[in-house]
Design a binder for this molecule. Structure first.
Ligand SMILES: [Zn+2]
Length: 157
């Protein structure tokens, strides 16, 4: 899926890495004739690409970035206390990932935009991708909570 470029940094080999709004990183090398990205070699070229979309395969695969830290947890909800806001489509902010932990029972997790549906259980947590609208539905008796993650150096809440 497309993610906005938020910054560029050089890696230890002198190759440019794009930091994406989702928290993933991706090399953007200028290696003609395979990768023709002359723009990445200039400050001006890079600054013009801030905010531009890049395809993020790791988001497509529900792969959480490895440098995230948990920073907030909801209360434990059941099928009666499940907030209405979670039953209708909603999303997290840029860079904010979440895990839906079912401690008892089952929960349906639907992501309309990706045409995806998961049945969550204590052995199958749900991964919430930043900015992707989704909702949950109880299947029967259930207990669950949601834990939120972001990059350690990410100032936005
Ligand atoms: Zn991503």
């Amino acid at each position: 899926m497309h993610r906005a470029i938020s910054a560029f940094k050089l890696d230890e080999h002198g190759d440019w890495v794009a930091f994406l709004s989702c928290g993933h990183k991706q090399h953007v090398r200028h290696q003609p004739p395979f990768f023709d990205r002359a723009w990445v070699t200039t400050e001006e070229g890079r600054s013009e690409k801030i905010g531009a979309p890049l395809n993020c395969v790791k988001c497509d695969q529900f792969e959480m970035p490895d440098d995230l830290a948990a920073y907030r947890k909801t209360a434990e909800f059941d099928e009666h206390t499940l907030p209405k806001s979670l039953r209708s489509d909603h999303s997290t902010k840029p860079g904010v990932w979440a895990k839906i932990h079912v401690t008892q029972g089952k929960l349906n997790y639907r992501i309309a935009a990706l045409d995806a549906k998961f049945e969550l259980s204590p052995s199958t947590p749900g991964i919430v991708i930043p900015e992707i609208r989704h909702h949950i539905e109880p299947v029967g008796p259930v207990q669950f909570f949601v834990e939120f993650y972001k990059r350690r150096d990410n100032e936005q809440d």
